[in-house]
Structures are given as C-alpha cells and as structure tokens.
Design a protein around this ligand. Structure first.
Ligand SMILES: Cc1cc2nc3c(=O)[nH]c(=O)nc-3n(C[C@H](O)[C@H](O)[C@H](O)COP(=O)(O)O)c2cc1C
Length: 401
C-alpha cells in the first residue's frame, strides 16, 4: 500500500494554514477580486498589497518593470519600481471584511506602511484589525520610492526604528504581527532581533533586493526607462532565491521565531528548500505575475508528493531539516575530494566548453582528442566548474580514489 499523502497544514506561530503557500504582497494581491480568485484556486493565505494612510500619496510611473530572461528557461530576474497600493483605506476595509466572509478558512494578512509618524502606524493597524484581518504585516522593507520619504527600507535598515515601529503597533493590536525584512543590509540579524524585541510574532523575508536592471546601449537609457530615466528598483524572481534562502536559514539558526520564506519561489521544490532552511510557510509574488495564480495546484501536489515519498508526516517535519548542515567554512570536511568523471560520454557533442573553462578558469585537466573529452585525474582539483559549464550533463563530480 502506498503511504497516505500527508496533510499540508502549516502552523506559523499563532496562525494555521491549510497549506504553506501564501500570495506575497504585490500585484497579485492588488484587489479583493484577485485575492478571492486565488483563495478559490487553493492558496491558503494572502498578504494584501501594502495599504497606506490617505495622507501618503502613491503615484506610480510607467513602465515600472524590467525583466532578465533566458531563451531556454524563461524568467531569471525581475525588477520593479512600483509603489504601494493605490487603493484607499476604505476600499481595503470593505474588501478585507468581505473576503473574510467569503473565505473564513483562509488567512488574510493586511500589509501596512505609514509615515515615520508612529501614530499613523498605530491608527492603520487598528483599522485593518477591526476590518477583520487575521494578521498584520509591517512593510519596513520596500527599497524604492518609499525610503526617499523616510519609510520602507529606510526603517528596515535601522534596527532601532524597526523595534520602535513594531513595539508601537504591538501596543495597539492583539493581531498576530509579521515584520517583513529587507535584504538590503549587511547583516540581517540585528534587524531580525529588533523586530522580535519589538514584539513580532513572525518574520517574513525577503523583500526585493535593490538593483539596476541594465542600460540600453543604443539610447544609454537605464532600465526600466521612464521617459529616458530610471531609479534603483527591487529585484525579485528566481535570481534572488539564493539570497532569500541564505537569510531565512541565518535567522532560523539563531532565533527561535516562526519564519515565512519569500524570494524566487516558483515551483514546489523552491518552497521545500525554504522549509528545509527553516521557514514554516512561504510567500510568492513574481512567479504568480509571470505564470498566474493557477501554479498553486502544481505546488500543492508536488510538495504533497515529496513529503509522502520522503516519509515526512507533515510540513513541520521538514522544517529546518537542512539547518544542521549549514555552518562555517572552517567546519567543512577537507577529507572528501571529488574529481570530474565523464559519466555520460555518449552525450558529449565535443563543444569544448569544459576544455576552455578548465584551461582558463581551472587546472588544465581536460582536453579533446579525436572528438573525445579526456580528463586527467591527476590534474583535476575537484572544483566542479566543468560539470556546470557542460551543456549536456556529460561530466559529474564523483569521489576521487
Ligand atoms: C511588482 C512588485 C510589487 C511589489 N509590491 C510590494 C508591496 O506593495 N509590499 C510588499 O511588502 N512587497 C512588495 N513586493 C515584494 C514581494 O512581496 C516579494 O517580497 C518579492 O518580490 C520577492 O518575492 P518573489 O521573488 O516571489 O517575487 C512587490 C514585488 C513586486 C515584484
């Protein structure tokens, strides 16, 4: 008899989700209609596009996105210079109440940001809680536009300000409090500790990574070009997953606080990696913009199948399972040495990329003679470069003799 499929239920501090997948704050949660549709499709939770008080003017530019794409694998990295929700507080209070009426079993998180004035944060928190939000996420991490006004990452880059804002909101609400951290810091730990000190129940990470997508070499306009000029924007999508994984695992190793992993999650495997790195649930934005909210079906099915196959009885059983394997460089084994082996020689197209890489970026251990790749074991240093350069997967790294 095959093992029964485990439940995907996820517990994140005081919150319980039907599965560990939430829509992150962004274009996919810009309206109540989108959130309702996502809930119908199977998302367990959603974080609204960040709500701001009416006093904070939100005027977007056009265009406001830029993408780095690869012919074969599609989206690699995505930049946005979009601001926060352009919908009013009354719109959101009506929608939050209505969504909760329609979907009482789903978790609706209100993302908020106010001016540097603490009273505004408190007032907005009270309003979204009264409207029925299950939790509040403090956006102290938007990297573009808002920091110029003293908010967003301008708060999230200063632990004292994070603590102050979190504490102030904590004082006026009993709702579970999530603080969303910025990766645009040298060390995420002081920010994480300040949020917990201030009373956060959950941390979410990461918001976008500050970037400049590119320069059009014809016109010399930076991208995305808004009437010829640009600004530094927020980087998201597959390219930022390694940064998000690093930060989530760092926090998980040091602080006993529930975590939501964000950044570059587009397949169930990405989510499983974040969970193994310490997250209790994950949030997704760019992948939904790119492929639609329907990806939840494959994510739920894939994660469920993986848990069953690996005999993890629950999502919680996978949580943090990779953490004990992440440590200092000094602690890594020096006794294991791998060397490059032509595991699948029949696939070799004699393109010569491994030869070039090993000659100019390695140890001159690879040559081609008579259209056959040859690896000199004695010269191979075991760095692994050739196995990544080879487009056909001919070379693998195996334990050396
Ligand atoms: C176009 C766009 C708009 C976003 N707007 C918000 C926002 O209003 N509030 C917020 O907290 N994060 C916002 N984000 C950040 C996402 O919630 C998320 O943290 C980030 O994109 C990384 O996740 P991803 O790789 O799954 O997109 C936005 C991201 C994008 C791409």
């Amino acid at each position: 008899m095959p093992a029964p499929y485990p439940s995907l239920e996820a517990t994140v501090g005081p919150l319980t989700f039907e599965n560990p997948f939430l829509l992150a704050s962004g274009p996919p949660t810009a309206s109540g209609e989108q959130i309702r549709r996502a809930f119908r499709l199977g998302w367990a939770g959603a974080v609204t596009k960040t709500i701001t008080p009416g006093t904070m003017e939100i005027r977007d530019v056009s265009p406001r996105f830029a993408a780095w794409k690869d012919e074969r694998s599609g989206l690699l990295g995505f930049e946005n210079i979009e601001l926060l929700s352009r919908r009013s507080v009354p719109y959101w209070t009506t929608e939050i109440a209505a969504i909760k009426r329609d979907h009482p079993d789903r978790v609706l998180v209100a993302s908020i940001m106010a001016s540097p004035d603490i009273d505004e944060w408190q007032a907005l928190a009270r309003i979204v809680e009264a409207a029925g939000a299950d939790a509040i996420e403090l956006n102290v991490s938007c990297p573009h536009g808002m920091p110029e006004r003293g908010v967003g990452a301008a708060i999230g880059q200063h632990p004292d300000l994070i603590r102050e804002v979190t504490r102030a909101v904590r004082q006026v609400t009993a709702a579970p409090l999530i603080v969303k951290l910025t990766p645009n810091v040298t060390d995420i730990m002081p920010a994480a500790r300040a949020a917990v000190d201030g009373g956060a129940d959950i941390l979410s990470a990461i918001n976008t990574v500050q970037c400049l997508m590119g320069i059009d070499l014809e016109t010399l306009e930076p991208r995305p070009s808004v009437a010829g000029s640009s600004t530094y924007g927020g980087y998201s999508g597959p390219a930022v997953k390694p940064i998000g994984l690093r930060m989530i695992s760092q926090i998980a190793r040091e602080l006993p606080v529930p975590l939501m992993g964000i950044g570059g999650i587009s397949r169930w495997q990405d989510a499983a990696e974040y969970i193994a790195a310490g997250a209790s649930a994950v949030q997704v934005c760019t992948a939904v913009m790119w492929e639609g909210a329907g990806i939840i079906r494959a994510m739920n099915a894939g994660l469920s199948g993986y848990l069953a196959e690996k005999r993890f009885p629950s999502v919680g059983a996978l949580r943090g399972r990779a953490l004990s394997r992440i440590g200092t460089h000094a602690a890594l084994s020096r006794s294991v040495h791998r060397i490059a082996i032509r595991q699948f020689p029949e696939r070799c197209a004699s393109c010569g990329r491994c030869v070039t890489a090993c000659r100019d970026g390695g140890y001159r251990a690879i040559s081609i003679a008579d259209r056959q790749v040859a690896i000199e074991k004695e010269r191979c240093d075991g760095c692994g470069l050739c196995s990544y350069v080879c487009p056909e997967g001919v070379i693998v790294m195996l334990p050396g003799a």
